[in-house]
Design a protein around this ligand. Structure first.
Ligand code: ATP
Length: 242
């Protein structure tokens, strides 16, 4: 038998109730996909497609309306299992007054790293994401691109097996985008599994082994991108970029 997928999403539905009349918003309407060990998997889709809702469901940050999600082969992963993943949220960083170093130290404490490992890993990650010039600056004064970088440093800090990155290239200039792509490729070479979301086809095209294209809460195409980029399916994808 082949190895269990690292992430397995089956029949995921999420309906939000909004406003005074509790109007239904069907953010996710039946999503299935799996992420295999060692691959770079992309969730591609326009704004509002349901990517973030899917990611948050996988992370147990929101409770699905229906469906099952296995992480590392388990329907109810332990806190220890959850530490085997690193997460870059779409819009994080509530700690405006902490400096980059202090923020990473706090994150390191939360994942149970000892003081020495925290210091070493924080230095290493700050250098790796190109924030060496800004270690002493409060996060509240960071640009959007710098926030993405500190977020990536935080996601990688405890050397997790699985990286879940929500729009990791957003807010970056072309050089920054390339740096993040290179970092994702390096992490995969180190044996990591990566799941990331994007609304930009070219970023996904350059990186992913397999993708799920999400549109209005459903997966409209799933598999190796080389297969999906055959002429008959190309049109829908190009429309996503608009
Ligand atoms: P984006 O890149 O804009 O975040 P997305 O593909 O990640 O797009 P989601 O954030 O998952 O999309 O949103 C899907 C739909 O669900 C949208 O219509 C959004 O407004 C709605 N939605 C998401 N979170 C909530 C919430 N907490 N309450 C109500 N509606 C929500």
């Amino acid at each position: 038998a082949s190895e269990a997928p690292v992430v397995e999403v089956r029949g995921l539905h999420k309906t939000f109730r909004v406003g005074f009349f509790r109007k239904k918003v069907e953010a996710v309407r039946g999503i299935d996909f799996e992420v295999r060990r060692g691959e770079i998997f992309g969730l591609l889709g326009p704004n509002g497609a349901g990517k973030t809702t899917s990611i948050k469901s996988i992370l147990r940050l929101i409770f699905p309306t229906a469906g099952t999600i296995k992480l590392f082969g388990s329907l109810s992963p332990s806190p220890e299992a959850l530490r085997r993943l690193g997460y870059l949220p779409e819009s994080p960083y509530v700690y405006q007054y902490l400096r980059a170093h202090e923020f990473l130290d706090l994150c390191g404490r939360l994942c149970g790293l000892d003081a020495r490992t925290r210091a070493e890993r924080a230095d290493e990650m700050i250098a790796r994401v190109g924030l060496g010039h800004a270690v002493d600056r409060p996060i509240g004064r960071f640009s959007k691109g710098m926030l993405q970088r500190i977020g990536l440093a935080q996601a990688l800090l405890h050397d997790p097996e699985l990286l879940i990155l929500d729009e990791p290239m957003s807010g970056l200039d072309p050089i920054g985008r390339k740096e993040v792509r290179d970092l994702i490729v390096e992490e995969r070479q180190r044996g990591k599994t990566i799941l990331f979301t994007s609304h930009i086809l070219s970023d996904v095209e350059r990186l992913c082994d397999r993708v799920a294209i999400v549109h209005r809460g459903k997966v409209t195409a799933y598999g190796a991108l080389s297969q999906l980029l055959k002429p008959e399916v190309q049109r829908t994808e190009i429309e996503l970029e608009g």
